[in-house]
Design a protein around this ligand. Structure first.
Ligand code: GDP
Length: 731
């Protein structure tokens, strides 16, 4: 049975790697379930064996849809069998980091759009991300029944509506696809790369299928307006959804070999002329193994890493090099997917999705290469996170004896979702969990309870702020406690372009300094020589530049100075929040000749104090996280919703009338968003639908600044008074 699957998998033309992407609630889960229900049971189809495990019931019982890493489906098209790997892309808006990671292993995406709602922000966000990764979209317009039952559209209105959605999606493709793909990837319903249907009722058609099977819109309208269950069931029988979608996938999504030719140059950082590069461009099963991990699950027996074999053949016993950790490990087990279940196998060839066990400390996003090729081992591009952890809760187990279990579960949770950050507050002994929004943390708490079986108590969410400056400071002298070392430092704000480049991962600490300087000069207006002198870039987007010349012993203490810089920006002087977006310039220094007098105990405070003095004197402020809101309401609620947004220090960005109501795009500070859901529901008789997304960091209003600093310092047990210049620099 496994060997049947292996046979198809080793014929790369018969493999497709896809995902389903959608705005929340548009039907991603229902659509994926329909695909699995229709085509999931590979064993039955291929081997004639009835391994009729009822996937859906198992899933519902375990409530783990959010966690299934992959499901391999079987589909026949023009008499030929195909393995279609359906890779899970988390549907929740706060999981954008995980979405990016899974996009990397797929070549095509079914974009699901609710026919009544149309294209919404998250549709745009994920489609944009997909196009950036050179993932080819096909479109599925879902919930056609709503157009008939709720909006009572006539056949021609219905067609107008579909045309309008296709146009919207094509506009996005036009906007975000690279020129070479734009025309090729534009949707054309007549060609069959757009499907319409109802995932709930599990039917779907494309234009070619409709004409082949003699189905027209009037028949569909009749079935739904009379609410005739038999007519709907007949439709499902005649035009099952999975058939329409998978036909579309086989026909329009490239096979891994075709896709890797143009995707590898975009998503892999290494040398395309190296053995690894060449093997991946060809998806060569006889080349060296390259395996990219897109999801990790912690199971009883150990870590299971699911990912894509970009070249070579993965077999138990292979020794792989973990690129980012510079270690090697041996693969103990290799498995493939059948439907949603993993089955052990002896080999998975290039282009396919596999799961491995046996290599420790793997994290999602890791690249593994066959160990003989370790010198060529470059990672897949650093993942660009659009969102950042901005909300924190303190958690403790309901029962004290569960503490070790909590620690263990938090570790697993943060391995599975690297956008969650768990920390222990050394002073209070509290466990802190940070996420990208309130909902993200709610899901994490839910997983602790449902999946790890832990009862926990959680505090109210606390917003994470950033500290920054708005002006350039003068140069301050920081002295070491023994007065033998002196550093002359200034701080200033980084420009938006630089922040964006670092945020996107285009400018990084571990980069060739010439490449980096070139990018900063061309795209962010830096002086090339100054950019060449960057010593450090920290995770919260602060840069350290060395502009000294001829300082004796400076090289010997470079790492210690960088250490002092990291300490200074890890917890800033205003409220011990991370500093973001500053450039620290070292202008001059005196370093003691004797290493005994220039250890970290001397240098850290000297560097930190001068940086803090710079921050405190250059119009410092706190930055707060701002959230984007995309709200759909019936028109009559517009003023009620506007009132709520404005009351919450928010801003309306755009109001647009669509066939299904009014769409309001707005921004509000996350600090004001905690009871937003209740208020929006309350003031719209429950009719508001919305999505949220992290937008940006913005300075808090000056009128609130002092009060906010006071409150945070109080919460953290810091003295009320900020450090003064004489505290920092001496008299
Ligand atoms: P997701 O958030 O994108 O995964 O969306 P779900 O698949 O969970 O669907 C959201 C809601 O839409 C659920 O209540 C589904 O039952 C409903 N839904 C899904 N497909 C259809 C459909 O074809 N017609 C209608 N009317 N509702 C649907």
């Amino acid at each position: 049975m496994v060997s049947e699957i292996e046979k198809i998998m080793s014929n790369i033309e018969q493999v497709r790697n896809i995902g389903v992407i959608a705005h929340v609630d548009h039907g991603k889960t229902t659509t994926s379930d329909a695909l699995l229900a229709g085509a999931g049971i590979i064993s039955e189809r291929v081997a004639g064996e009835a391994l009729a495990l009822d996937y859906l019931n198992v899933e519902k019982e375990r409530q783990m849809t959010v966690k299934a890493a992959n499901a391999s489906l079987y589909h026949e098209y023009n008499g030929k069998g195909y393995v279609i790997n359906l890779i899970d892309t988390p549907g929740h808006i706060d999981f954008t980091g995980m979405v990016t990671r899974s996009l990397r292993v797929l070549d095509g995406a079914i974009v699901v759009v609710d026919a009544a709602e149309g294209v919404m922000t998250q549709t745009e966000t994920v489609l944009r991300q997909a196009l950036e990764e050179r993932v080819r979209p096909v479109l599925y317009i879902n919930k056609i029944d709503r157009l008939i039952k709720e909006l009572r559209l006539t056949s021609s209105q219905l067609q107008d509506r579909l045309v309008e959605i296709i146009k919207d999606v094509n506009n996005l493709i036009d906007m975000y696809a690279e020129p070479e793909f734009k025309d090729k990837w534009k949707l054309n319903p007549a060609a069959g790369n757009v499907a319409f249907g109802s995932a709930k009722d599990q039917w779907g058609i494309t234009v070619p299928i409709a004409s082949k099977k003699g189905i027209n819109f009037q028949q569909i309208i009749d079935a739904y307006s009379s609410d005739d269950k038999d007519k709907i069931a007949a439709l499902t029988k005649k035009a099952p959804l999975h058939e329409a979608l998978l036909d579309m996938v086989v026909k329009f999504v490239p096979n891994p070999k075709e896709a890797q030719k143009y995707r590898i140059p975009k998503i892999w950082k290494g040398d395309l002329n190296s053995d690894l590069g060449k093997a991946m461009l060809e998806a060569d099963p006889n080349g060296p193994v390259v395996f990219y991990v897109n999801a990790i699950h912690v199971e009883k027996a150990g870590l299971v890493a699911t990912g894509r074999v970009f070249s070579g053949t993965l077999e138990p016993g292979k020794e792989l090099y973990v690129v980012s950790q510079d270690v090697t490990g041996r693969v103990l087990q290799v498995s493939l997917y059948m439907g949603p279940f993993r089955e052990l196998t002896q080999r998975v060839t290039a282009g396919n999705i596999a799961a491995i066990m046996g290599i420790d400390n793997l994290r999602a996003g890791e690249t593994l290469v066959e160990s003989q090729y370790k010198s060529q081992g470059a990672p897949f591009e650093q993942l660009h996170y659009i969102a950042e952890p901005v909300v924190t809760i303190a958690i403790e187990p309901a029962k004290v004896q569960d503490l070790p279990k909590l620690v263990d579960s938090l570790r697993k949770l943060t391995i599975e979702d690297p956008n969650l950050v768990a920390k222990i507050n050394e002073e209070t002994g509290e466990y802190l969990l940070s996420g990208m929004g309130q909902l993200h943390l709610e899901i994490a708490l839910w997983m602790l309870k449902e999946i790890y079986g832990l009862e926990v108590k959680a505090s109210q969410p606390i917003i994470v702020y950033r500290e920054s400056v708005r002006e350039k400071s003068q140069v301050f002298e920081g002295k070491s406690p023994n007065k033998h070392n002196r550093f002359y430092l200034s701080v200033e704000p980084l420009n938006d372009e630089t922040i964006d480049l670092i945020h996107r991962g285009a400018v990084r600490e571990d980069q060739d300094s010439r490449d980096r300087a070139k990018i900063l000069k061309e795209q962010a207006g830096w002086d090339y020589d100054e950019a060449r002198r960057i010593w450090a870039i920290d995770e919260n987007i602060n840069v350290f530049v060395d502009m000294t010349s001829g300082v004796q012993y400076l090289k010997d203490v470079k790492d210690t100075i960088i250490g002092g810089f990291r300490i200074a920006v890890k917890e800033g002087p205003l409220a011990a929040e991370p500093v973001r977006g500053i450039k620290v310039v070292l202008h001059d220094a005196e370093v003691h000749e004797d290493p005994v007098h220039r250890g970290p105990g001397q240098i850290y405070p000297a560097v930190r104090n001068a940086i803090w003095a710079g921050i405190l004197t250059s119009r410092p402020t706190l930055l707060e996280p701002i959230q984007k809101l995309d709200i759909r309401i019936p028109m009559e609620y517009l003023s009620a919703v506007t009132t709520i947004i404005v009351k919450k220090r928010g801003k309306i960005i755009d109001v647009e009338n669509t066939p299904s109501g009014t769409r309001v795009l707005a921004e509000i500070p996350i600090a004001e968003s905690f009871d937003l859901a209740a208020e929006l529901r309350g003031s719209t008789a429950g009719k508001a639908l919305w999505g949220t997304e992290f937008s940006r960091w913005a300075p808090v209003p000056d009128s609130m600044l002092d009060d906010l600093i006071r409150k945070i310092r109080e919460r953290k047990g810091l003295p009320q008074k900020l450090p003064s210049l004489s505290d920092l620099l001496g008299p």
